[in-house]
Every structure is written in structure tokens, then in C-alpha cells.
Write a protein that binds this ligand. Structure first.
Ligand code: OXT
Ligand code: ADP
Ligand code: MG
Length: 569
């Protein structure tokens, strides 16, 4: 073909890239291979940032948290069958957490897959993805790429956000079509997540219920953080004078040090509140389903703000459902909270403050120890100062004790700065979240990782070094899952299932890739090493040596472990 002819043609590769760019998607997280290697290369050549990982699950987690941070779908690109399945865990996790994400996978030839004739990496990926995500689509014709991507973007970000699967069979990429027709086939999605305005009657009902409260409480969830309605949420809390309890990833929406913050009085506010307003938080296991011992004896009424109507009454009766997007709902509520709004009774706010001050005072001395080997409180006391001094840094956190204690001890000051295991309590989000947080925000990232938790995504330290990202990973190395002290009761050579190699030096992994590795044995050493890392922005991994006996089984959720009824012999 002569060059004049070529100029008039486009193909699947270029249409996918043009469609992404047209919709402002400037970053792809993925792992290359057949049939998407050239797609990644061409995307990079076209100015898209292509971040290449060592395992698709980590790329998928990166895309998911990019979605949470930006309200645009994060894109993960994988190869067929095994790569797709690796990415699928992240897609399911994104959907569970209401993060917008699109998993784009190359796939094998339909004719062969559907007759099950054993193609290279054969798998009916669309069918497998469907039950695990919010929506799933396949594009068979190059002319449909624009529409396919538009559907995927809308499905991911409109209504309750979630994960979308987009199946692109290998043959599609080399399909050619007339360039002008191709350009016309692309769709720029207008108003991808339209405002969903709450009904005035629902707002009126909610305000009446709230006004009747003697002991009101506002619970902020990660939906509220996602909504980016930070100023109005803060105004609603402050004008109403109601104590607020942040769920883990909503910490920092208002500072944890805010006088109305009830984070350190959690058990008291859940037990004793009479009216509870949920903003972007579900009454799932993390809130004991809204009933039982945690919620006390006294009757309770719930107001719930959520974009998903079916969330209402999912666990207990919601007396005032407010369905709409949080920005619109909070603005409407705020309009109804004027100067005459009654402050909550002072015996209630006083009781919350007393409990909070008591818990904070009890914890304070434990955070100041300089023990070696470290305990959780000593180590986390040091990291708490790091975030206090750098409130715009992003904290990534996973583990059991490492997670639960860091959540309580490290105060957050700004919205969307704490990223963690979320609704599933999943290990493995660490490095993917840290990488995307650095890429999407340009801010320094501190990843506080249990040694087990780190292992699920640890190879991505190479990725961190390769892209020279300002990520400081701190591994709380207690030699195992929860503790490093279990022994094999048979006396056999195998160690207990929860225990790892003793005295491991994770810092040397980082050095292998040109990053900075530090072995820290005391809180003072740890603080110095983290400060240096955060100031330099150099990829750093700190092996924090923790007392193997310091943790407890499953951290704060040991009660979820089933117990054997049989007595030990
Ligand atoms: O009010 P009271 O008096 O009750 O006090 C509360 C607060 O008011 C108070 N507080 C404070 N006091 C003082 N000052 C301040 N600032 C303050 N803030 C709060 O403290 C208490 C407690 O507060 P909290 O935490 O808010 O309340 P509580 O009661 O704990 O809240 C309940 C929950 C349920 C909301 C909360 O606990 C929560 O969010 N939990 C999340 C738990 C979670 O998701 N855990 C992760 C999963 S555990 C397990 O599954 C693990 N696995 C299995 C596995 C997983 N997960 N995934 C995959 C893919 N495969 C396998 C594994 C392998 S964990 C794990 C690895 C563990 O080992 P590591 O080495 O990684 O970690 P280590 O344990 O460190 O060794
Ligand atoms: P947490 O774990 O912090 O309690 P959840 O993930 O359980 O939070 O709940 C988040 C809720 O927020 C979901 O029910 C989701 O539908 C809702 N949500 C997410 N984004 C919005 C939004 N923009 N407007 C309204 N609700 C939202
Ligand atoms: Mg551990």
C-alpha cells in the first residue's frame, strides 16, 4: 500500500488509544503480553502513561485506587486467560468497594473459544467476569470501540461506582477501517456521572428526624470521601454540631483532631447514639450490620445517604432514606440547617468528649516508648509524627495488627489520604495502591505494611524503583501472620503455618533494584529513616524489626475466627 492509502486507514489499536485519550484517560496500569503488547507500546508513543507491573493483581489494584482518588475510571490492561484472572481479583475488589475501574483484557479468538477447540490462553472471559463486576462488555468490530469504551466509562462511574470488564479479542486490534469513519465512531462521554438530586421530601424527612435527636451521630464512609464534597460535608458537620465517626478510609475528611471527631470514642457513640446519619457508609460487617451488642440496647433510628437505592434497609430499617449523590444530598441538607439549628444536648457531646479524651490519654504514653525490638505502639507513635508533619502525604496500610493499630494511632488531616484493605479486608493492595497514589497525586506515599501483607505484592518494589516513585515502604516485621511465635505442636521440622523466616531483611530486596534499604530496630531509628525517605522522595524500604510476640490473633477482629468446640486433649 502506498503512504496515501495508509494515512486514510485506522485500526483497532489506534481506535482504543484515541478513545481513551478522547475521554481523558491518560494512564494505563497493566502487564504486557499477547495480544496487547503493541497496544501498550503504541499507547505510550501516543502520550499515555503506561505503567507496567510484575503481576496483574497489583496493576488492577492500582487502577482501582486511581479510580477512587480521581473519580475517573482507572484502567488496567491484561493479557488473556491467566492475566485476565489475575486482574479479575482486583476488579471484584474494586466493585465491592465501589471504586470505578475498567479491566481491559485481550482475549482469544471467539470462533475457537466458543467451540472449545483449545486456543492459546482459551477462556470465555466475558462469562467469567460478569458475576464479579458491575458490567461486562465485548467489542467485536473496530467500528464499535468508541461505543464500547463509552459504555464501560458510564457503567464504572455513574450511580454506585464499580468495576467494569471490557473484552477485546486479539483480532480486533488489527481490524482496519477508514480513518475518518473511525474518528467519527469515537464517543466523548458527556457528564459520565450525572448528579442525582435527592427528592425534597426525603431531605425534609431526614432533617426532621435529625432535629428530634437527643444523641445524634454522623458516620462518614469512603463514599463520602470519594464524592469530593469536602467543604459541604465539613460545613454540615460543623453547623449541626453533631459528633462524627469516620470509617477507615473516610479518616481525614475532617481532621481526626477535630473537636467533634468521635473516632476515639467509637464504642460509646455506636452504643449510645439515638439517631445515626450514614453518609456513604454501608451497615455491613464493619458496622456490625447496625444491630447487636455494638449498637446497645436503646432504640435507634437511621438516616442514610447513598446513591444506591437498594442499599436502604439492607440490614436494618432506614427511617429516612436519602437517595442521591452525596454532593447534592449534603448541599440540600445544609440548606435546611440554618442559624436556628439546635446544638446537640451538651450532656451528649460532653459524654463523647470525655470518652475520647480518656482513650487518647490512655494511649499517649504507650506511643512514646523507644523499645527495641519495637512494639506496635512505639513504632506507630513515630509514624504518627511523620504524618502530622506531612499531612498531605498519602498513607497506605495493610496487615492485621499493623492495620488495626495504625488506623487508630495515625491521625489523618486531609481527605483521601488513607488507603487501606477496604470492605473485604484484603491483603495485597499495598504496592499497587502506593504506586497509583504516587502516580495520580504526585504526593509522597508512606506504605505501612505487615510482613505478611507486604508479601502479597512485594515484587512491585522493582516497579517502584523503575519509575523512581516517592514511596517509602515500612514493613512491620514480626516474623509472621499476627505473631511470629507459633510453634509446630508435633515438634516436626516444618514451622507453624503463621510463621516466616526469622530475622528476614526485606530492606535488601529494595537495594537489589537500586532503592534505599534500611534496617530499623527502634522507633527513633525508624522516624529518622522515614523522614529521610520522605524528604528525599527516593524509593525506600525500611525493615522495622518488631517484637514477634507483640501482636494479637487477627488484630481487632479475632472474634471472627470460628472456634473448635472440641477440648484440647
Ligand atoms: O471505643 P473503644 O474504647 O472501643 O476504643 C476504640 C476506639 O475508640 C479507640 N481509638 C482510639 N483511642 C485513642 N486514640 C485514638 N486516636 C483512637 N482511635 C480509636 O480504639 C479502639 C479501636 O478503635 P477502632 O479500630 O476504630 O474500632 P474497632 O472496634 O476495631 O472497629 C471495628 C472494625 C471492624 C471497624 C475495625 O476493626 C476494622 O476496620 N477492621 C478491619 C479489619 C480488617 O479488615 N483486617 C484485615 C483482614 S485480617 C485477616 O483476614 C488477614 N489475613 C488473611 C488474608 C486476607 N485478609 N487476605 C487475603 C487475600 N488472604 C489472606 C492475613 C494473611 S490479616 C493477614 C496478614 C496479617 O499479618 P501481617 O504480618 O500482615 O500483620 P501483623 O498482624 O502485624 O503481623
Ligand atoms: P465504608 O467502608 O467506609 O463504610 P462503604 O464502602 O461501605 O464505606 O460504603 C460506601 C457507600 O457510598 C456505598 O454504599 C456507595 O453506594 C456509596 N457511594 C459511593 N459514591 C457515592 C456518591 N458519589 N454519592 C452517594 N453515595 C455514594
Ligand atoms: Mg506480621
Amino acid at each position: 500500500a502506498n503512504t496515501a492509502d495508509e494515512r486514510e486507514l485506522t485500526d483497532g489499536f489506534h481506535l482504543v488509544i484515541d478513545a481513551l485519550k478522547l475521554n481523558g484517560i491518560n494512564t494505563i496500569y497493566g502487564v504486557p503480553g499477547i495480544p496487547i503488547t503493541d497496544l501498550g507500546r503504541m499507547a505510550q508513543a501516543a502520550g499515555i502513561r503506561v505503567i507496567s507491573f510484575r503481576h496483574e493483581q497489583n496493576a488492577g489494584n492500582a487502577a482501582a485506587i486511581a479510580g477512587f482518588l480521581t473519580k475517573k475510571p482507572g484502567v488496567c490492561l491484561t493479557v488473556s486467560a491467566p492475566g485476565f484472572l489475575n486482574g479479575l481479583t482486583a476488579l471484584a475488589n474494586a466493585t465491592t468497594n465501589c471504586f470505578p475501574m475498567i479491566l481491559i483484557s485481550g482475549s482469544s479468538e471467539r470462533e475457537i473459544v466458543d467451540l472449545q477447540q483449545g486456543d492459546y490462553e482459551e477462556m470465555d472471559q466475558l462469562a467469567i467476569a460478569k458475576p464479579l463486576c458491575k458490567a461486562a462488555f465485548r467489542v467485536l468490530h473496530a467500528a464499535d470501540i468508541g461505543i464500547g469504551l463509552a459504555r464501560a466509562i458510564r457503567a464504572a462511574v455513574s450511580g454506585r461506582p464499580g468495576g467494569v470488564y471490557l473484552d477485546l479479542p486479539g483480532k480486533l486490534f488489527s481490524q482496519v477501517m477508514d480513518a475518518e469513519a473511525g474518528a467519527k465512531s469515537l464517543v466523548k462521554v458527556i457528564d459520565a456521572a450525572p448528579a442525582q438530586i435527592p427528592a425534597p421530601a426525603a431531605i425534609k424527612r431526614a432533617l426532621e428526624v435529625l432535629k428530634s435527636a437527643k444523641r445524634p451521630l454522623i458516620i462518614l464512609g469512603k463514599g463520602a470521601a470519594y464524592a469530593q464534597a469536602d467543604d459541604d460535608i465539613r460545613a454540615l458537620v460543623e453547623k449541626s454540631g453533631i459528633p462524627f465517626l469516620p470509617m477507615s478510609m473516610a479518616k481525614g475528611l475532617l481532621p481526626d483532631t477535630h473537636p467533634q471527631c468521635a473516632g476515639a470514642a467509637r464504642s460509646t457513640v455506636l452504643k449510645d447514639a439515638d439517631i445515626v446519619m450514614l453518609i456513604g457508609a454501608r451497615l455491613n460487617w464493619l458496622l456490625s450490620h447496625g444491630k447487636g451488642k455494638t449498637w446497645g440496647e436503646a432504640p435507634k433510628k437511621f438516616i442514610q445517604i447513598d446513591i444506591e437505592p437498594r442499599e436502604m434497609d439492607s440490614n436494618v430499617e432506614i427511617v429516612a432514606p436519602v437517595v442521591g449523590d452525596i454532593g447534592s444530598c449534603v448541599a440540600a441538607l445544609l440548606a435546611g440547617i440554618d442559624g436556628k439549628w439546635p446544638a446537640p444536648p451538651s450532656d451528649w457531646t460532653g459524654a463523647v468528649k470525655a470518652k475520647r479524651d480518656d482513650n487518647v490519654a490512655k494511649m499517649a504514653p504507650r506511643l512514646m516508648n523507644n523499645n527495641s525490638p519495637m512494639d506496635y505502639h512505639g513504632a506507630l507513635g513515630a509514624l504518627r509524627s511523620v504524618i502530622k508533619e506531612r499531612p498531605d502525604a498519602i498513607l497506605v496500610n495493610e496487615g492485621a495488627n499493623t492495620l488495626d493499630l495504625a488506623r487508630g494511632i495515625i491521625d489523618m488531616y486531609q481527605p483521601r489520604k488513607r488507603l487501606d484493605v477496604g470492605t473485604w479486608g484484603v491483603m495485597g493492595i499495598g504496592m499497587g495502591f502506593a504506586i497509583a497514589a504516587a502516580i495520580e497525586t504526585g504526593k509522597p506515599v508512606l506504605a505501612v505494611e505487615g510482613d505478611s501483607a507486604f508479601g502479597f505484592s512485594g515484587m512491585e518494589v522493582e516497579t517502584i524503583c523503575r519509575y523512581n516513585l516517592p514511596v517509602c515502604v515500612v514493613i512491620f516485621n514480626n516474623n509472621g501472620i499476627y505473631r511470629g511465635t507459633d510453634i509446630n505442636p508435633t515438634g516436626g521440622a516444618d514451622v507453624a503455618p503463621t510463621v516466616f523466616v526469622k530475622g528476614s531483611r526485606y530492606d535488601k530486596m529494595m537495594e537489589a533494584f537500586g532503592g534505599v534499604g534500611v534496617n530499623a530496630t527502634s522507633p527513633d531509628e525508624l522516624k529518622r529513616a522515614v523522614d529521610t525517605a520522605m524528604n528525599s522522595g527516593k524509593p525506600t524500604l525500611i525493615n522495622a524489626v518488631l517484637d514477634p510476640a507483640a501482636g494479637s490473633e487477627s488484630g481487632r477482629i479475632g472474634n471472627l475466627n470460628p472456634q473448635s468446640k472440641l477440648k484440647k486433649k
